[in-house]
Every structure is written in C-alpha cells, then in structure tokens.
Design a protein around this ligand. Sequence first.
Ligand code: KIV
Length: 272
Amino acid sequence: MSSAKKNYARITTKTLQEMKANGEKISMLTAYDYTLGGIVDQAGIDVILVGDSASNVMAGHETTLPITLDQMIYHASSVVRAVKRALVIVDLPFGTYQADSKEALRSAIRIMKESGAHGVKLEGGRQVKESIERILQAGIPVMGHLGLTPQSIYKFGTYTVRAKEEEEASQLLKDTKMLEEIGCFGIVLEKIPADLAGQAAHSISVPIVGIGAGNKVDGQVLVLHDMLGMNKEFSPRFLRRYSDLNKIIHQAIGQYSADVKSLNFPNDNEQY
Ligand code: KIV
C-alpha cells in the first residue's frame, strides 16, 4: 500500500479500484448543472454524483421521491457537457428500478444514452439484486447505496443513523458483500457507525464511499451545496462547511441592488 497520489487524466471505474488498492482516498461531490459541474471537475474531484438530492437542492422538495427520470437526465446531461476528468454517476430516481428488473434496465439505458454519464447508482441491497444484475449484464457500471437510503424515508420515518442494532448491521455487511459479488464497482454507505463502515470497507475489494460513515472507508461524498454553505438550515454532525456561500452571495446581491438604486451601477466605463 502506498500513499503516493497518482495523476489520473481521466477517472474510470477501474481507476477507483486502483485507488482503493493503493490506499488513495476517493473524493466525490454532487453537481446538478453545467457551471458548477465544470468547477467541481476542474478542482480535481474524482467522482461527480448527479444525485437525486437535486430533488431537495434544486427543486425544493422535502424528499428525494418526486424527482423524475426526465429531470435526472436533464441535470446529468448538463453536468456531463462540462466534465473532462471526473467519473460521472447518476442516481436512478425513486420508482424507476424497484418494480421489475426490465424497467430498471430501461431506466439505466435512458440515463446512459441521453445524458452521456458513465454509470448509475441505486439504493438498496437484496431487494433490488435482480435489477442490479440486469443493468450490469448490459454493461452499465452500477454503484450501490446502503445504510440511510433517502428514497425509503417513509419506511424509516427518520433521517437518524442506521444499522446501530446488530440485526441491521449484520444485514448491511451481507448486502455489501453481495453487491461486490454481483459486480458493483463501488458502494455508498450513508449515515452508519464509523466502525461498521470500516469493517465493510475492509471486507471487500471494491471502494466504499461514505457520507456520515466516518473515516475508515475508501472515500467521502458530500452534497455540494451543503459543503459550500449555501444552505443554512441543514446541519447534521457529519457535514463540514468549507465556505459560507450563502453569506457571500447575499452580500454580493445586496451590494448590486444598492448600487442600482444609488446610480452607482453602471458607471461610465460600464456602458457603450
Ligand atoms: O443524492 C445524493 O446526493 C446522494 C448522496 C447523499 C450520496 O445519494
């Protein structure tokens, strides 16, 4: 194992396996549009997730459930047009893969064909095994997602930490192994105890990317707007804010408005 960071010109699912084998951590962030997708890519993030969190972040819904396949394809194709290096993965939205595996494959094919993304992510373990297998058989890379799976929020009833009890923890470890065995290239583990996430990461060879799952995993993912401090209300313990864009944007817009009203904008150099 070496901690040396290699310069990868283009990130693929194979690169991620290599990074795990070499002990290099994987950086992953969400993006939903062309402009921010381009900035995230140029800043050197390894994986860009066009998450169904777009339902909350971009559309203001309370949950991820309402976003549609067409809307995900719109967001994903905007991001893909901006990205030169990162691997772009797209969430299959709620209701597009659970009913049967043929529908799951049709949904995944639409994402790949119409957005140009490099793979899909979907939530769940054994319940969606057949859907994942069918998508994989078509040559589409799949990332799993276990632990707190927001599309099941009405089953959980709360966004609290998952798999604290023995039974759920042991099922999560079995599902992790199963996802590796059927051929997923990676797995997101969301909001579970750090030791359990570490145990999962050690027990399989494909990378595990955590969100609220501690530092014993192979990489980290956050929602871009949360880590940039765009959203003041959402403050879970796992979230580190790297900026206060809410304040910065607020100040800039306030200054612009004041300049317009005081005739300070535009000045002589800013007109024809
Ligand atoms: O939709 C999303 O943003 C996600 C991440 C939280 C992993 O699934």
